[in-house]
Write a protein that binds this ligand. Structure first.
Ligand code: SF4
Length: 106
């Protein structure tokens, strides 16, 4: 094996190693960006403008974000079943626009 062949073999091995490292780095970067909704932080009660009482006929009891017995998907607990915050809705978060079917504007 000539000296030139040996040098090019070493250079090729170095390039393959560098490419493997770069690929591993990209893979770990992509891994870090995976969306994990269960790790989303909830709003504090103050930030969400939560109140312990209902707003007219709206309360956590009929909000799809309420989690029995005293939790909420979006606001830190404890949450009262009679509480309320401006994120109150009657639409399911899984609705995906179905509530707009047949509506003139939505
Ligand atoms: S009204 Fe607000 S605090 Fe109550 S369950 Fe719905 S999102 Fe949570």
């Amino acid at each position: 094996m000539s000296k030139i062949d040996l040098m090019s073999r070493r250079a090729a091995v170095k390039r393959i190693g560098a490419a493997a490292l770069a690929t591993g780095g990209i893979a770990s970067t992509v891994q870090a960006q995976v969306y994990k909704p269960q790790e989303q932080k909830k709003l504090t009660q103050k930030a969400a403008h939560y109140q312990d009482g209902p707003m007219k006929d709206e309360s956590c009891a009929s909000c799809p974000y309420f989690i029995q017995p005293n939790g909420c998907v979006t606001v830190e607990g404890p949450i009262s079943v009679n509480g309320w915050c401006p994120m109150y809705t009657q639409f399911s978060p899984f609705d995906r626009g179905a509530h707009c079917a047949g509506a003139k504007s939505c």
